[in-house]
Design a protein around this ligand. Structure first.
Ligand SMILES: [Mg+2]
Length: 268
């Protein structure tokens, strides 16, 4: 699910567009480094961005551009899901059908919401609850490269697919319908109830939920460090490399440069 921090970035860009005194002259040079070219106005000798109308394409940052248009994005997703598929073969070996499962996040793991991000950028805004709810209701998120093949592989091998997402309970029916429209028949979709912490829902999957039997969860797939059991941003940043041993084995992380729990991290 998109992160509200993006809104402040968009607002800053809007202030740049209209020009707000010294603030704009100072901060817009920085903001322009996130433009599509990655080059600030100073690099070209042009006037400060505060006095220049910006073409719509300039409102799309490299993060969204990479996610929506690059060959690298397709390669990265297909590569990650291919690794996941190979690990699935090894980890499901010898297990009885219906006794095990895989947990996946939804947004930017299975469903591609980058069109929403682009639409918000084009109106110089970012994530808002209202605009996000309207996007979810449209059910227009497409399946990400490799996701459908992997999910079908899990089910063909006798595993159950649980999608654990921080979309809200009110958004859950539209989410299920969007997944089905993309050919993804999850065995269970658990949306956010009391907490955005996914660990209690991971435990529900393990204990048996929504008519499913108890499952041994053998893999987790996500785009956020918090999509993996017991992991949060700050401790994992401080942890030694050995804390990442399960990645590429039973955890598979997908790239999301557009938003995430990393947005407020201090730079090293
Ligand atoms: Mg996600």
């Amino acid at each position: 699910m998109p992160h509200p921090v993006h809104l402040t970035t968009r607002i800053a860009r809007r202030l740049c567009a209209v020009g707000v005194g010294a603030f704009a002259l100072i901060s817009c040079a920085t903001t322009s480094h996130t433009s599509s070219t990655g080059m600030g106005a100073g690099a070209t000798g042009a006037e400060p961005a505060a006095t220049m109308p910006r073409p719509a394409s300039a409102r799309i940052g490299n993060d969204i551009r990479w996610f929506r248009s690059s060959a690298e994005q397709r390669a990265a997703f297909l590569q990650a899901y291919r690794v996941a598929g190979e690990r699935l073969v090894a980890l499901s070996e010898g297990r009885s059908r219906g006794t095990w499962g895989v947990i996946l996040d939804a947004d930017e793991t299975v469903l591609d919401n980058s069109r929403y991000q682009q639409e918000r950028a084009l109106v110089d805004s970012g994530y808002t609850e209202a605009s996000w709810s309207r996007w979810v209701a449209r059910r227009e998120a497409r399946a990400l490269p490799g996701a459908l093949t992997f999910i079908r592989d899990v089910q063909t091998r006798g595993g159950r697919v649980a999608i654990v997402t921080n979309r809200t309970a009110a958004e859950c029916d539209d989410t299920r319908a969007n997944l089905r429209a993309e050919g993804i028949e999850a065995d269970v979709v658990l949306c956010k109830a009391e907490t955005s912490d996914k660990n209690p829902r991971f435990a529900q999957v393990a204990a048996g939920v929504n008519g499913l039997p108890p499952l041994e969860v053998i893999m987790w797939i996500g785009d956020n460090i918090q999509d993996f059991p017991g992991m949060t941003q700050a401790p994992m940043r401080a942890a030694p490399e050995s804390a990442y041993t399960d990645f590429g084995r039973r955890f598979v992380l997908l790239p999301n440069p557009m938003y995430g729990s990393w947005e407020r991290n201090p730079l090293p």
